[in-house]
Design a protein around this ligand. Structure first.
Ligand code: NDP
Ligand code: GUA
Length: 491
């Protein structure tokens, strides 16, 4: 079924390069399908190296002009973009849900979440200050100015097609950078709609450029940007192997990098926790976007004293989740993004069961709904050797492990190369600060399952990457310092 929007022109379905909506240089196109049915409902250009080069040319040519636009004017343009995103939240929410599969309420929620970053960075644009440094010797004046790094390349994933674009592009524009962007193959339409609204907001030609591409052609497009010394920064959200590839491949041109990569978040419930609050927190954090979120709990550790009560309550809540297409307002869990995602989830569940885990609810695909559906699942008796404990499942599967002591669970929680988010529930204030210190993670939730906010620095440690998005630190990622030192002037 074609997607009908209030504003059909929010589906430009072409690249945007140098202020022009255009086709791929060889006119090849890429189909976009609905993960609920696998039915194709739109298409976009399948980008080429030539398109990628044209985008860099445009961004490079626009940089000097954009960086010199007064901060207040840049801020006003970005604020207008925010206002347009909010005004079109219904269309954008429907677009997200159709191409990504999340329930409509979540799709619309993501639009407002994305807008919160755009608004935040519009405001931050007017507060970019530097330092006046007390000189260590007489006759000198010393300053540190912040400057935009230049052209930046944003490579975004499919799980939050609006929010990931927003929290990369808004700070780049606020800092005075120009942008080339490549969204994920599965979800190119939302990003094109956002770029259309940025154009309407008055972002000048060449400042924001977007090239869509298939999985097959993505390396060809991105390699152009990796090799081009005019691209001064890569900002990426996605898998750890691709993040490491980008770091290696951009070494020759020594680009600045922000890498927001995979996670393997522990979620720990202590005997002294409020069990109902912990179950609620897990439902919020684990099943958001059907479990396809990098900060989703991937390993759930529950202390022996509350284990039985916790898993009984959790299984009841998970078993009651309504699975269905985004188009059904009752749906709480939509389809997974594609066949590869469902295969990985199924492999994790089967591996866990073969290793001794028990399924309390779910555990299978839901073919009656469609090929990409997987039942929300609770596994108990999970252990560290299982694939679901070592790899990011990225699906609606909650594997639960029993533990006895605080020392034991800290060791287990940190026994992973990843370090993006960690959660724990406890009412003992001494334990709370011990754990907050001990967990090797960029983000820690204490008695809270919903952590992300535009004012907070989002990012990881270890194999979960580096760099932060959101907050004032999210703006610094797009700037460098220039130290200026003035000696004495001769009389
Ligand atoms: N941190 C996070 O938020 C995310 C983590 N993941 C994790 O990664 C797993 C796999 O998901 P997947 O979609 O394959 O993630 P990828 O890392 O493959 O994709 C993320 C982005 O990188 C692009 N990309 C892929 N390969 C290259 C390459 N060689 N050079 C440049 N860009 C590239 C993708 O383009 P294209 O779509 O065209 O391939 C997409 O735009 C998930 O199961 C999950 O565990 C996934 C998404 C987000
Ligand atoms: O999963 C991701 O790709 C990061 C976005 C999650 C969030 O902002 O909470």
């Amino acid at each position: 079924m074609p997607l009908t929007l209030q504003r059909q022109d929010l589906l430009p379905a072409r690249h945007f390069i140098g202020g022009e909506w255009c086709e791929a240089s060889d006119a090849r196109r890429l189909d976009v399908s609905d993960p609920a049915t696998n039915a194709v409902f739109a298409s976009v250009p399948d980008g080429t190296a030539a398109d990628a080069r044209a985008a860099v040319e445009a961004a490079h040519a626009a940089f000097d002009g954009w960086r010199k636009v007064p901060a207040k004017q840049r801020a006003q343009t970005i604020k207008r973009w925010n206002d347009l995103i909010v005004a079109h939240q219904d269309d954008l929410g429907r677009l997200i849900s159709r191409e990504q599969g999340k329930p409509l309420a979540e799709g619309k929620g993501e639009v407002l979440y994305a807008a919160s970053y755009v608004e935040w960075f519009a405001e931050e644009a007017t507060r970019i200050t530097g330092d006046i440094i007390p000189a260590p010797v007489p006759g000198r004046r010393m300053f540190a100015f912040k400057e935009p790094v230049g052209v930046i390349a944003a490579i975004t994933p499919w799980n939050f097609p609006a929010a990931m674009i927003a929290r990369k592009i808004a700070p780049a524009l606020a800092a005075g950078c120009t942008v080339v962007c490549k969204p994920a193959e599965d979800t190119p339409l939302t990003s094109l709609a956002l770029v259309k609204l940025a154009e309407e907001a008055g972002v000048p030609p060449g400042v924001l450029n977007i090239v869509t591409a298939s999985r097959e052609r993505t390396p060809e497009v991105v390699d152009v940007w990796l090799d081009d010394p005019r691209v001064r920064k890569i900002t990426f959200t996605g898998s750890t192997p691709v993040g490491k590839h980008l770091a290696r491949r951009s070494a020759d041109t020594l680009k600045k990098l922000s890498l927001e990569l995979g996670g393997n978040a522990p979620f720990i419930v202590f005997d002294d926790a409020d069990v109902d609050a912990a179950v609620e927190g897990l439902m919020v954090s684990k099943f958001r976007n059907g479990g396809q979120t990098c900060v989703c709990p991937n390993r759930i550790y529950v202390q022996a004293g509350v284990y039985d009560a916790f898993v009984a309550k959790l299984a009841a809540r998970v078993g009651a989740l309504v699975v269905g297409p985004a188009s059904d307002p009752a749906s709480q869990i939509g389809p997974m993004i594609n066949a590869r995602a469902v295969e990985k989830i199924e492999r994790h569940v089967q591996d866990a069961v073969a290793g001794g885990a028990r399924v309390l609810t779910g555990g299978t695909r839901l073919p009656a709904l469609g090929a990409n559906y997987f039942a929300p699942t609770v596994l108990v008796d999970a252990n560290a050797s299982m694939a679901c404990s070592c790899e990011e499942t990225f699906g609606p599967v909650a594997p639960v492990t029993r533990f006895d002591t605080e020392a034991e669970v800290i060791l287990a929680a940190n026994a992973t190369p990843f370090g993006l988010a960690a959660y724990f529930y406890s009412n003992d204030v001494r334990r709370i600060w011990r754990l907050a210190d001990a967990l090797e993670s960029g983000i820690v939730g204490i008695n809270e399952g919903a952590l992300a906010a535009e004012a907070a620095p989002f990012g990881g440690v270890k194999d979960s990457g580096y760099g932060r998005e959101g907050s004032t630190h999210g703006l610094d990622e797009y700037m460098h310092f220039k130290y200026v030192c003035q000696g004495s002037l001769s009389a």
